[in-house]
Design a protein. Structure first.
Length: 390
């Protein structure tokens, strides 16, 4: 029988390794966030949400290609039911993360309502087929209700999840522990990694717990001023998915002896998972910071643009407009003439060509333009963002 003590410890013991990771993550994330123009941040944010969804899908074993995610966001869905369902799932993930990134989450991240809201917002966007959950032991099919806590016993791999009647009390203890006012900023950052595991351990819903845990961690990092729309821990977790799943499982284990903390579960296992999680966060912030260095991005885009002009796929005069979008975030359409040095009609033609191919975007036919990231040029502009863009 699971009790409130069964989930302890909720935080690993203080250690130099974890504190150093939390300090460095804070420093690097703050430096990176301050580097980009706010408008450029918004453009990159749209791309990173798509990337986050792609890698979160990979972790779940759903290989939805970037081009299919891009089409789903444009409302272009495949005819094949299975592929269409995966596109709808991807779109649901991105839309929920958009709500988080815009600060539109109506409840505190660390709350029962907040956790149920994440699950509910994601699942209510899914097709009925993906709300049907099959019990692997009995073959019984259950229709999952978005945002509703689990009402039956489940086993996940080797982990027997807590009884349904203990989910709400455990989540209350979970919220209390990670929002404790006496926690220092560093302890709260360490708590992001620890809470990621403990939420998965509670397994509050019939399905979607892994995805909800990753959305929860993203929201909690933002809440602490560490996370942003500019980077995604899911990429780091997916690129090390065997370690991710192994360490999650390892942290499920009971205490290993008198030297392994004072709780029911292994403190050493929790500490190891937390260090892994924070290391993935740090690695991804540093990766995106390097990728988006203005001088490096300018160089890659200019090389690509010159090739496109030589191949006559873009008109001459394209580069000054792209350069302006990178450096200033956005510019008025009326500036195209001065930037290109062309007559008004020719300058409009250049601008229209860039808008047509998606490398510049605008919210309206007369609005300012900003940099776009169409999926077919991502590997040239931002190499290694995806394993391969197809």
């Amino acid at each position: 029988m699971v009790t409130l003590a069964s989930i302890e410890p909720l935080l690993p013991d203080s250690s130099r390794e974890l504190e150093d990771l939390a300090i460095e993550l804070t420093s690097v994330a703050s430096r990176f966030a301050a580097r980009l123009h706010p408008i450029m941040r918004a453009s990159v944010g749209d791309l990173v949400r798509s990337m986050n969804c792609y890698y979160s899908n990979l972790i779940e074993g759903h290989n939805t290609l970037p081009i299919d995610i891009d089409r789903a966001m444009a409302g272009d869905f495949a005819r094949e039911p299975e592929k269409r369902n995966l596109q709808l799932e991807a779109r649901a993930h991105i839309e929920v993360q958009q709500l988080i990134d815009r600060g539109e989450m109506p409840f505190p991240v660390l709350s029962l309502d907040g956790i149920c809201w994440l699950h509910g917002e994601f699942c209510r966007r899914l097709p009925d087929d993906l709300l049907l959950v099959c019990n692997p032991d009995t073959g019984e099919e259950i229709i999952m209700v978005p945002g509703q806590l689990r009402t039956r016993h489940v086993k996940v791999g080797e982990h027997i999840a807590p009884e349904p009647e203990m989910i709400e009390p455990l989540l209350a203890r979970f919220v209390e522990a990670y929002s404790f006012k006496m926690l220092s900023k560093l302890q709260k950052i360490v708590g992001v990694g620890a809470s990621h595991h403990r939420l998965a351990w509670i397994h509050p819903f019939f399905d979607g717990n892994g995805r909800v845990s990753r959305l929860f961690s993203h929201a909690l990092l933002r809440d602490l001023g560490i996370g942003s729309e500019l980077w995604s821990v899911s990429r780091g977790l997916a690129r090390n998915v065997s370690d991710y799943k192994r360490l999650l499982s390892q942290a499920d284990q009971p205490r290993r002896g008198d030297l392994d903390g004072r709780g029911n579960l292994t403190e050493a296992g929790l500490a190891e998972f937390t260090a892994f999680f924070l290391s993935c966060c740090l690695d991804q912030v540093m990766f995106m910071e390097e990728l988006l260095k203005p001088e490096e991005l300018l160089n890659r885009v200019e090389v690509w643009c010159n090739e496109e002009v030589q191949m006559q796929r873009l008109p001459k005069g394209s580069w000054p407009l792209l350069r302006e979008a990178i450096l200033t975030g956005e510019f008025a359409r009326s500036q195209a003439q001065a930037l290109t040095g062309y007559q008004e009609r020719q300058a409009r033609t250049v601008l229209s060509s860039l808008l047509d191919c998606g490398v510049l975007t605008s919210p309206s036919s007369k609005g300012k333009v900003r940099l776009g990231f169409p999926v077919d040029i991502i590997e040239r502009w931002l190499p290694r963002l995806y394993p391969a863009v197809r």
